[in-house]
Design a protein around this ligand. Structure first.
Ligand code: PFF
Length: 451
């Protein structure tokens, strides 16, 4: 039964737009290019696409089904669907993951706000690639502004979340995501016509299999899940707001497609420029921030496009961070009986402290390291490469082996439909392929299994 008091999305486009809003974000435009650059290019890209297709899409469909059937936050959904069993631990892992991701995510979103300001003030004009690299390094290693911007960003996220699902999240994503799409295509056109662009395209599209290693495989899996917001209950939480009439298969495929398209388009905008301007493809988290201001300077209307781009990047980050905060707030509000306002304030304050520490990880807190990683890197590593794959694996095991096939088919196919070929294939993947594939990638990377 649909609980009529629960906030929900008002239209089909609203659901897809909000889930796409969660998926499309810094993960596509900031993280994808830099992780791809660090992992050798084309071979990573190919794996990433395979993981999206064979693991990401089925997992997204599964998360949407669990959420809609459970009608609750992730923790509550598992308690409801499997009472007296421990599957709700996936929900706890999700809340921990949301904390970690939101912390470093808001630090990077803070950089984006600074870059929006710089673009607006025309501060990049006349700077060569080396100077632009120095701008990035000087800013990210400074003390005050990275923290201030992180807090500003988190505050904005909190404001939208307090307003609730329909009024907050849906309204913003509907108009602005398509605009982001458009502006990246314009950037692509400029990037591929730069001198030396072909080397960048080759780096992206030509798989060099000698670059493959167990680490690269895990990074590609982690990036696929991170980009689609999978493995930690975000899509379960959003799924609980999806109207019973919606076709989940269409929603999952559209969201995955839109997300992948944006990542690929971002790659096409960035790598030709990386090579054209002599930037190292494995420059790390600064890659996009160093590369794109160079491109803007080389295009007509660069001022206008740079302001618009960084504005849209902030919005894309916001629609993702909203979904992360929503995981925490829905848990606090529904399980710990807090009002929505109190839950948001508690979450905002606690994430702010961790977010500020992540923002300082490139400057004053650079030396504070655990297992050789700054807090920023540690949170990123644990969430993307451990919690998301592990969460994703447990979710497909739950759906394939614990939850009844009838309930899944009811969510995906509707009340009385008989199982289609597509549904049978999906069940086969989540039962037999996905859990083992994820386990293999994982065990191989942590060295427990070598092949
Ligand atoms: N998918 C988002 C991005 O690509 O920017 C990041 C993200 C949001 C990851 C929500 C995980 C999540 F649950």
């Amino acid at each position: 039964m649909q609980d009529n008091n629960r906030d929900g999305f008002s239209s089909r486009f609203g659901v897809i737009a909000a889930a796409a809003g969660s998926a499309i974000g810094l993960g596509n435009i900031w993280r994808f290019p830099y992780v791809l650059g660090e992992n050798g290019g084309g071979a990573f890209f190919l794996l990433y696409l395979l993981f999206i297709l064979f693991l990401g899409v089925p997992l997204m469909l599964t998360e949407m089904s669990i959420g809609r059937a459970g009608q609750r936050n992730t923790y509550g959904a598992f308690r409801f669907l499997a009472p007296k069993k421990k599957w709700y631990l996936i929900g706890i892992m999700g809340v921990v993951g949301a904390y970690m991701i939101l912390s470093f995510y808001s630090a990077v979103a803070g950089w984006t706000l600074q870059y929006l300001y710089d673009a607006f003030a025309n501060n990049f004009v006349g700077k060569d690639p080396v100077a632009l690299k120095n701008v990035y390094n000087a800013f990210t290693s400074s003390t005050y502004m990275p923290v201030v911007w992180t807090l500003v960003f988190l505050f904005l996220t909190g404001l939208v979340v307090v307003a609730g699902i329909e009024k907050g999240i849906e309204k913003y994503t509907k108009i602005l995501m398509p605009l982001l799409f458009l502006i990246i295509i314009i950037l692509d056109i400029r990037a591929v016509t730069l001198d030396g662009a072909s080397e960048g395209l080759r780096f992206l599209f030509h798989p060099d299999f000698s670059k493959l290693s167990s680490k690269v495989v895990l990074e590609a899996l982690g990036q696929a899940f991170f980009s689609l917001s999978l493995g930690m209950g975000t899509i379960i939480t959003y799924g609980s707001y999806i109207n019973k009439k919606e076709n989940l298969f269409t929603s999952a495929v559209s969201v995955s497609l839109a997300d992948t398209a944006i990542a690929v388009l971002a790659g096409i905008a960035i790598f030709p420029a990386v090579f054209a301007f002599g930037i190292e493809p494995d420059a790390g988290p600064g890659l996009v921030f160093i590369t794109l201001p160079n491109v803007f300077q080389q295009m007509p209307g660069g001022y206008f496009f740079s302001v618009l781009f960084f504005f849209l990047l902030v919005i894309a980050a916001l629609t993702s961070s909203i979904s992360l905060l929503e995981v925490i707030v829905a848990y606090f509000a529904e399980e710990l009986n807090m009002s929505r306002l109190k839950a948001t304030i508690v979450a905002f304050v606690s994430v702010s402290i961790l977010g500020a520490m992540c923002a300082l990880s490139f400057g004053p807190m650079k030396g504070v390291q655990i297992a050789g990683k700054t807090l920023f890197n540690l949170f990123d590593y644990i969430s993307s490469n451990i919690l998301l794959p592990l969460g994703g694996m447990l979710i497909v095991i739950f759906a394939g082996w614990v939850w009844s096939r009838k309930s899944i088919s009811k969510e995906i196919l509707g009340e009385e439909e008989k199982e289609s070929f597509g549904f049978k294939l999906y069940m086969f993947i989540i039962k037999f392929i996905a859990p083992f594939a994820i386990a293999l990638v994982f065990l191989n990377a942590i060295g427990l299994l070598k092949f």
